[in-house]
Design a protein around this ligand. Structure first.
Ligand SMILES: Nc1nc2c(ncn2[C@@H]2O[C@H](COP(=O)(O)OP(=O)(O)OP(=O)(O)O)[C@@H](O)[C@H]2O)c(=O)[nH]1
Ligand SMILES: [Ca+2]
Length: 495
């Protein structure tokens, strides 16, 4: 009988011992007996399992953890989103219509910063998109120069080491719908079981403003152009969306300033005065046809700071006289009854957070009183109180706050009760609210139409199971071969 130094004190099961070659195999190579072949196969499986686990655990992160870059080429500026905002502090690319190469140049510094922020080994895999919004929609509407700007931007972006996926002008419908996707994706309202109410999206830009929400009472038939259908995670959404071109806050301001007697402006603080160029107002496509025959090139813009008078002037750029549908918001645009909660972002947030009016539980009368007080505050006092704020924005808050209230309450017909359903937001879970994330999620197919099959085990469960199996198999393999090695490496003592 052979006594072997068993290499594992707890190995008592006869099973493994019984795999040793029988005496008649004595002196023959023990490695080509059926039992050793079985053990070898077990060992190979164990090694393959271990390697598989190692690979699985180090495999590239699922798509959603990869970087992606979207440039939001807005009317007032371009922002670069790689889940962190890299703001390009210049003007919108549409402003370079007369010198398109400058549009590409304006992106370079920020894109170089992005190049540093995305890990080098991920550059080639990182999709890069540029989406242009209302500023370029206006340029395209007004001239053929938009193509030259997009081409210059394309040439500039293709010089970067990312996976360039194209530059295009989004439709207002896309801008509204993708803003809604972003808000509901970040708020986890899409991947839940069906029936969870979604959140409406309110986006205020410089040249356009969007409203998007799901309404049970709306099936899209009354105004198909305002209807976008999504199938996300196995749920169908029939979204109402509309983009009002020229009703971003910058263009709306120009439209109010075109009102003839608008030399003394109740929407600007008392004591505010500036020499302005009429061409800046009437060059906008939003005011084409509004230019009076004879106007001076410049005018003196004086603030008188009266909220009630400002409300009247702001209301004058909305048309409520005609509606061929069952119900409208303004300018004859169909809008179903408002439903649910709303997230209001971009300029809604910039303005209301500056004015300390983001608390929508505040009674509307109190909101108006606070805004009236701000508008009547002398301009010098405003500048003293906010030395750090860019005067371009500081001078416009009385108008912008008044415009936002008029747009929400008179334009979209939010009642004073429904006003508290609005949340002014900049971020949701550390990601900026805006169309860019929704745009990228859509283009990278990161939101499946069907609900992902719920795995019996979460991904980590599979990895753990395979790991345990692999280790057990490997131990078994070593233990069962171990006596053989001992046998092969030295002569057994015969007793
Ligand atoms: N007060 C303030 N206003 C800002 C800030 N950033 C942008 N704005 C202004 O807010 C308005 C809307 O900003 P965005 O949503 O970025 O506008 P945009 O995307 O360039 O314009 P659209 O193409 O119409 O969407 C514009 O008038 C900007 O000038 C900010 O940090 N503070
Ligand atoms: Ca925008």
């Amino acid at each position: 009988m052979f006594l072997f130094p068993v290499c594992s004190p707890f190995l008592t099961s006869p099973s493994c011992l019984s795999v040793f070659p029988p005496p008649e195999m004595k002196g023959k190579n023990p490695w080509n007996t059926p039992t050793t072949i079985i053990i070898t196969v077990i060992g190979i499986i164990a090694i393959v399992a271990l390697v598989t686990v190692a690979v699985l655990q180090n495999r590239h992160l699922p798509q959603k953890y990869k970087y992606g870059i979207v440039l939001d080429a807005g009317s007032s500026h371009t922002s670069v989103y790689i889940y962190k905002l890299c703001q390009i502090y210049t003007v919108g690319i549409s402003s370079y219509a007369s010198a398109p190469w400058k549009a590409g140049e304006s992106l370079r510094a920020c894109m170089q910063d992005v190049e540093q922020q995305v890990p080098k080994k991920r550059h080639r895999q990182t999709p890069l998109y540029l989406g242009a919004t209302a500023g370029m929609r206006l340029l395209k509407y007004n001239s053929s120069m938009s193509d030259g700007v997009l081409q210059a931007v394309e040439e500039a972006l293709q010089k970067f080491p990312f996976s360039y996926q194209g530059a295009r002008i989004l439709s207002g419908q896309e801008e509204g719908a993708f803003g809604w996707v972003t808000v509901n994706y970040l708020d986890d309202r899409l991947s839940q079981v069906c029936g969870l109410e979604t959140t409406g999206a309110l986006d205020l830009g410089g040249a356009s403003t969007q409203i998007s929400f799901v309404s049970d009472k709306y099936n899209g038939s009354e105004s198909p152009s305002n209807s976008v259908n999504f199938r996300l995670y196995g749920n169908d959404y029939n979204l109402y969306t509309h983009s009002f071109l020229c009703y971003g806050k910058d263009q709306a301001l120009l439209m109010t300033q075109s009102v003839p007697e608008m030399l003394n402006d109740p929407c600007f603080n008392p004591g505010y005065t500036a020499i302005k160029n009429y061409s800046k107002i009437y060059d906008s496509p939003c005011l084409s046809g509004w230019k009076p025959q004879k106007i001076p090139t410049h005018f003196t813009h004086n603030g008188t700071g009266n909220f009630q008078q400002c409300q009247r002037i702001v209301k004058s750029i909305f048309n409520f006289t005609h509606c061929k549908y069952s119900q409208c918001s303004f300018n004859g645009i169909f809008q179903p009854s408002l439903q649910g909660q709303f997230g209001a972002f971009s300029a809604y947030y910039f303005v209301m957070s500056f004015l300390n009016l983001t608390d929508t539980t505040m009674p509307l009368e109190a909101v108006k009183a606070k805004l009236a007080h701000y508008c009547s505050t002398p301009w010098n006092q405003i500048k003293q109180q906010h030395p750090e704020v860019n005067e371009k924005y500081l001078a416009g808050y009385c108008f912008s706050g008044t415009y936002i209230l008029t747009l929400l309450m008179e334009g979209y017909n939010f009642t004073s009760e429904e006003y508290s359903n609005i949340k002014f937001i900049k971020k949701i879970k550390d990601s900026d609210a805006g169309w860019t994330l929704g745009y990228m999620l859509n283009l990278t197919n990161m939101i499946p139409a069907e609900a992902p099959d719920s795995p019996l085990l979460p991904y980590s469960g599979y990895v753990s199971l395979v790991t345990i199996m692999a280790i057990l198999l490997f131990i078994l393999f070593i233990l069962c071969l171990c006596p053989l090695w001992t046998r092969c490496s030295k002569q057994p003592e015969i007793v």
